[in-house]
Design a protein around this ligand. Structure first.
Ligand code: SF4
Ligand code: SF4
Ligand code: SF4
Length: 273
């Protein structure tokens, strides 16, 4: 691996980077390792000092920390605070870390102990669950968010390059619909299916509509959103509001909208129980 790293013929330093996981499936970290054709170039950009998926001897001396997963236990809080103390830049890596992700569905359960009882039985738990699953930003300051379940590896490379050369990190402001329409995919609303593409931040290249599935909003809200218009479109199609709620509640990025819809449509607000 070269010691000298240049960008546009200017020398830049290779930052020491650690990858960490809290409550997660580790799918976002795997996205990086799956990027075989560019993996060596990518590794040349960074000095990776902690990455449990790929190395066995962590160093604990890093400048940038990528943290995957949501905060769901007291142990997660302590781990995250330690990472934050050491890192100059903390990156929330994937939807679990940005919004709570699929883990935050536990917050919607009437009986929040139920998932733990299914896994550990009714005895003493080996972990200390929090009453609510939280995104990283509820516990520590987050400097950069990378959205997606999983993250889009091309986007991760662009963001990491920006971090290394000191450029501001930019995210698409437009919704998934823009990418979907540019590809000429059939709109799922025309097939009477729900899709959160009109309100979800673009950048995934409309992965789900490309496969014939409506967007579930894993990248969170776009810069400008119009819930009323989305709701009108759903109701005009005769689609039940519950179907829209299923999507809005899936990854946590739209939880405020979901709570509002529950209140206004008189569904039980399970998040409060
Ligand atoms: S965002 Fe998705 S892929 Fe990434 S850790 Fe969470 S569940 Fe796994
Ligand atoms: S399928 Fe979804 S993302 Fe594509 S145009 Fe229709 S609403 Fe937008
Ligand atoms: S289409 Fe929606 S749910 Fe699918 S990857 Fe893109 S943002 Fe996530």
């Amino acid at each position: 691996m070269n010691d000298e790293l240049t960008y546009l013929e200017v020398s830049v330093s290779r930052p020491r980077v650690g990858f960490f996981e809290l409550a997660s499936c580790e799918g976002c970290q795997l996205q990086l390792l799956n990027n075989e054709d560019k993996l060596l170039d990518f590794l040349n950009l960074l000095e990776i000092v902690e990455f449990r998926e790929a190395m066995s001897e962590p160093s604990g001396d890093y400048q940038i920390a990528f943290v995957e997963g949501s905060v769901s236990t007291r142990e997660d809080i302590e781990h995250l605070q330690t990472i934050r103390e050491k890192a100059a830049t903390l990156v929330a890596f994937g939807s679990c870390s940005c919004f709570g992700g699929v883990n935050q569905l536990r917050n919607r359960f009437m009986n929040r102990d139920w998932p733990y009882q299914q896994v550990y039985g009714t005895g003493t738990l080996p972990i200390s669950p929090l009453p609510e699953v939280l995104p990283l930003s509820a516990v520590v300051q987050v400097d950069v968010e990378i959205y997606g379940c999983p993250v889009n590896k091309d986007e991760v490379e662009r963001i990491i390059t920006d971090l290394v050369v000191g450029k501001p990190v930019r995210h698409p402001k437009y919704p998934v619909c823009m990418e979907c329409t540019a590809h000429g995919y059939v709109c799922l609303f025309d097939l009477d299916e729900v899709c959160l593409g009109p309100v979800t931040r673009g950048g995934c290249d409309a992965w789900c509509p490309a496969g014939g599935t409506g967007c579930y909003g894993c990248r969170g809200p776009a810069e400008v959103t119009n819930l009323e218009q989305l709701l009108t479109s759903v109701l005009e199609k005769g689609i039940p509001v519950e179907t829209l709620l299923d999507r809005l509640e899936c990854f946590g990025g739209f939880h405020k909208w979901a709570d509002r819809l529950r209140r206004e449509n008189h569904f039980p607000d399970t998040s409060q129980e």
